[in-house]
Design a protein around this ligand. Structure first.
Ligand SMILES: Nc1ncnc2c1ncn2[C@@H]1O[C@H](COP(=O)(O)OP(=O)(O)O)[C@@H](O)[C@H]1O
Ligand SMILES: [Mg+2]
Length: 238
């Protein structure tokens, strides 16, 4: 059997004395989309950061294409085909959209040609014509799309998106959903998507994990999810 692209195996995560993730296991196969649903404080961001080695202390195994990265420093994991778009976006406000995109090129894996700013912007109609705009001149929705486009610049094998729809108007969320589907098809990247917006997550992925109080409480296809919806409701955002 071939290894999944990403496997988190029995991981616990801590912030100092605070034990946040408990025996979390999750797999993402190459080129597939996986949603991670859960309410505020459930542990979604902690899991994303644990995969990148960026913050929490992690005990357990994290494998990329079957090889352990649990002890690989964060800056090296970013160069291994993992690209995280964090929940706080981290757009640079005082440089242009093109420069924001260009800065992500150095995160490409060895031998992989990163997207140019124009190529990355072309993936998202919302960014067209904005390459010379400064980060602070963008709307919240445009900034979020820019953050996602920037995540794709290094042509990652796995894009990790942490609540990309948070705070966005429904019409922008709809746009983003349509564009994500297209971008996934074009790039071939796998997606791990932390979300509270179930319909957006459903649109962008094929399978679902639900996390609550740092424990995985459901894993399955969207069909399985629907069959268990009554039981899962209390783990989802209201
Ligand atoms: N830097 C941190 N230090 C201490 N506790 C944290 C930190 N970040 C998050 N937590 C706690 O970890 C738990 C999970 O948070 P988080 O992973 O951000 O959840 P989610 O992304 O699902 O909203 C929460 O109880 C939160 O208060
Ligand atoms: Mg979060």
């Amino acid at each position: 059997m071939t290894s999944p692209l990403l496997e988190v195996r029995d991981c616990d995560a801590f912030y100092d004395d605070s034990h946040v993730l408990h025996a979390v296991s999750l797999r993402v196969a190459a080129a597939t989309g996986v949603a991670l649903l859960g309410r505020n404080g459930a542990g979604k961001s902690t899991l994303m950061k644990s995969i990148l080695g960026a913050g929490p202390t992690v005990r357990g195994e994290i494998l990329l294409e079957g090889r352990s990265i649990a002890r690989t420093p964060a800056y090296l994991r970013a160069g291994m085909g993992l690209s995280l778009v964090p929940e706080d976006r981290r757009i640079f406000p005082h440089v242009t959209v093109a420069e924001n995109l260009a800065m992500a090129r150095r995160a490409a894996r060895q031998g992989v040609e990163a997207l140019t700013p124009a190529e990355a912007a072309a993936l998202f109609p919302m960014l067209e014509g904005l390459l010379d705009r400064k980060g602070y001149q963008l709307s919240g929705g445009q900034q979020q799309i820019l953050a996602v486009a920037r995540g794709l610049v290094p042509r990652p094998q796995l894009l990790l998106l942490d609540e990309p729809t948070e705070g966005l108007a429904p019409i922008i969320v709809q746009d983003m959903a349509a564009q994500m589907t297209k971008v996934r098809a074009q790039s071939g990247a796998a997606l791990l998507l932390a979300e509270q917006n179930v319909s957006f997550a459903r649109h962008c992925t094929e399978s679902v994990f639900v996390i609550d109080s740092g424990r995985i409480v459901f894993e399955g296809s969207w069909t399985d999810f629907d069959a268990n919806r009554a039981r899962l409701e209390r783990f989802l955002a209201v």
